[in-house]
Design a binder for this molecule. Structure first.
Ligand code: FES
Length: 165
C-alpha cells in the first residue's frame, strides 16, 4: 500500500521515547532486538524515523534493522489498531464459513486484510488455525477468542470494542 508508506514517511514522530529506550541500551551487546521491541511497545509500531535514529545511535546500518523487522513477524512498520481482529482462515473455520465472516468484518469496518481503520481502533488480519477448531468459525480480538461466529455475533463483538476506549 504505497499511500500508507507515504504517510509513514511524512509523519512527524516525537523521538523522545525512542531516545530514552536507546539510552537504556547504549553500549550493550545485543541491544538491537530489545530496543526495537521497546520502541514498538512505546509507539505501537516501529515508525520509520526511529529506524534511522536507532541505526545512527547503535552504529548499525538501517538495512540491518530493516532485515530484522522483515524477519520477525512481531514487528510492524505501520500503525496498528488498538484492537487486532484476527479472522481464522484455517480449514475447519473455512468449511464453516470463515470467508463470509471475514467479508462481513471487512464490510463493517471498511478495511481489508492487514489494514487499519483511520481512527486506529481496529486492524484486521486473516490468520491460520488458532487451535480452537471445535468453536469454528472463530475470531480473536486481542486476547479474546469468539467462537461459532455469525453475522449477528460479529456486530455484537464489534459493538463491544467500539464502545471501549
Ligand atoms: S481452523 Fe479455525 S481454529 Fe482451527
Amino acid at each position: 500500500m504505497s499511500s500508507t508508506v507515504e504517510n509513514v514517511q511524512e509523519e512527524e514522530v516525537d523521538l523522545t521515547a525512542a531516545n530514552q529506550v536507546i539510552d537504556k541500551y547504549l553500549n550493550m551487546k545485543g541491544a538491537l532486538m530489545p530496543v526495537l521491541q521497546e520502541i514498538q511497545e512505546s509507539y505501537g509500531y516501529i515508525p520509520e524515523p526511529t529506524v534511522h535514529l536507532t541505526a545512527e545511535r547503535l552504529n548499525v546500518y538501517p538495512s540491518q534493522i530493516y532485515g530484522v523487522l522483515t524477519f520477525y513477524a512481531q514487528f510492524h512498520m505501520e500503525p496498528r489498531g488498538r484492537y487486532i481482529v484476527r479472522v481464522c482462515m484455517g480449514t475447519a473455520c473455512h468449511v464453516k464459513g470463515a470467508g463470509r465472516i471475514g467479508d462481513t468484518i471487512h464490510e463493517r469496518l471498511g478495511i481489508g486484510h492487514a489494514e487499519t481503520t483511520e481512527d486506529l481502533k481496529f486492524t484486521v488480519e486473516h490468520v491460520a488455525c488458532i487451535g480452537a477448531c471445535g468453536m469454528a468459525p472463530v475470531i480473536m480480538v486481542n486476547e479474546g477468542t469468539y467462537g461459532s461466529m455469525s453475522v449477528q455475533k460479529i456486530d455484537e463483538v464489534l459493538a463491544k470494542y467500539r464502545e471501549m476506549e
